[in-house]
Design a protein around this ligand. Structure first.
Ligand SMILES: [Mg+2]
Length: 386
């Protein structure tokens, strides 16, 4: 078998909303389709991938460097030992030839985009949902029926006051979510506390998380910590700049309730430095590395191994992103839970259509691969590629 073609496209996915650090009006998302010569039910198997949520399409890097390297490799050198399926680690190594170490950034997103499609194709060739393929080959061999899920929301938007914020939160609770996350740090602290109090009318504090998106200085992060402390929230996310590990260590010294961070660390090595120098506490804090932004599943498996070597549980990992990739790795690799973006970041946010969310848990899709064929708005974008 072999990869016969790789197609890609970028679409605009801009939305009129913002967090403390950025607005999403110019957002783009990249898609790829990895076409194989393996035929199932009369059709060739195609794997799909996308460039994650909250960062832009990096398909130019895919086009210029990663895709040509995949086709430059001998096609047999990309296969597993039996020669009947792709070996995603071999494809990953082919893509990453001639790249300098470190400097992780947009290249990590480009690699993830293609890596996701390769894993989607490999699981489809095996005839299994990705979580089952991962659990059998790289995990504990079993998987749950459903996994814990929380919803990311509570953004800032023009003309959006407390009633609109409360309406959104009510909608999430009606949808079956029990833990909700809202943005802070994009308004004066007194206003954010009013927003927080408005949401706490609907959600108990141990089920509310807040996210400053890395925007606060140390002084501001500590001031927010002081204001948030009495509420004993579920977690306080990305108080300061994602690579300022000293800031996180300082906040962790002074803020007793759980902290969460990691979505903007794009490699195993960056994650390792967070655990070494960020002062985080393995008994309570959350790690949110985003597989779709950080070199994909091949690198995520290395990150999980590192997390455990550093004395943490893989249950402390709650992948950021709110999409099918995060759901599959959570279920297949035994992580703590996943985020969901049911309405934002479309067409990649959220899971397959009609997948049950109830009591703070989400079920698992039964389609082979990631199940993109069961998400109509996503599939309408990628099916044109194949
Ligand atoms: Mg966040």
């Amino acid at each position: 078998m072999r990869i016969v073609d790789i197609k890609e496209r970028t679409i605009s996915t801009g939305e009129k909303r913002s967090n403390a650090a950025m607005d999403f009006s110019d957002m783009t998302t990249g898609f790829v389709a990895v076409m194989t010569d393996v035929i199932r039910d009369g059709k060739p198997i195609v794997g799909y991938g996308f460039s994650g949520t909250g960062r832009y399409s990096q398909n130019a890097i895919c086009r210029d460097r990663m895709i040509p390297r995949i086709f430059a490799a001998d096609s047999d050198s990309l296969l597993n030992q039996a020669g009947d399926n792709l070996d995603p680690f071999k494809v990953w190594a082919a893509m990453m030839q001639k790249e300098k170490p470190a400097g992780h950034g947009d290249r990590a997103v480009a690699t993830s985009t293609l890596d996701m499609a390769v894993w989607d194709a490999a699981a489809k060739i095996a005839g299994e949902p990705l979580y089952a393929f991962l659990a059998k080959n790289y995990g504990a061999g079993e998987w749950p029926d459903r996994v814990p899920v929380y919803v990311g929301g509570g953004y800032y938007a023009p003309g959006r006051g407390l009633p609109e914020l409360q309406d959104e939160i009510r909608g999430h609770l009606d949808d079956g979510f029990t833990i909700v996350k809202m943005k802070i740090g994009g308004a004066p602290i007194e206003e954010d506390v009013r927003r927080l109090e408005a949401v706490l009318e609907l959600v108990p504090s141990e089920r509310l998380a807040v996210d400053a998106n890395g925007r606060l200085s140390l002084k501001e992060a500590l001031a927010y910590g002081k204001a948030l402390a009495p509420y004993q929230l579920r977690w306080y996310e990305e108080p300061g700049y994602p690579l300022d590990f000293d800031l996180h260590a300082e906040v962790a010294k002074q803020y007793d309730s759980p902290l969460a961070t990691g979505e903007n660390l794009l490699s195993m090595w960056d994650a390792k430095n967070l655990l070494r120098y960020g002062g985080l506490r393995p008994d309570k804090d959350l790690l949110q590395f985003d597989c779709a932004l950080s070199y994909g599943i091949c690198e995520y498996l290395r990150t999980i191994e590192m997390v455990e070597q550093e004395g943490w549980s893989r249950r402390s990992i709650f992948p950021h992103g709110g999409h099918l990739l995060s759901l599959h790795i959570t279920a297949g690799l035994g992580l703590g839970g996943t985020e969901a973006y049911p309405r934002t970041h479309q067409p990649v946010g959220g899971f397959t259509d009609g997948l049950e969310i109830a009591d703070g848990f989400v079920g698992l899709p039964e389609l082979p691969g990631l199940g993109f064929e069961g998400k109509a708005n996503f599939y309408s974008v990628v099916s044109e590629l194949a």
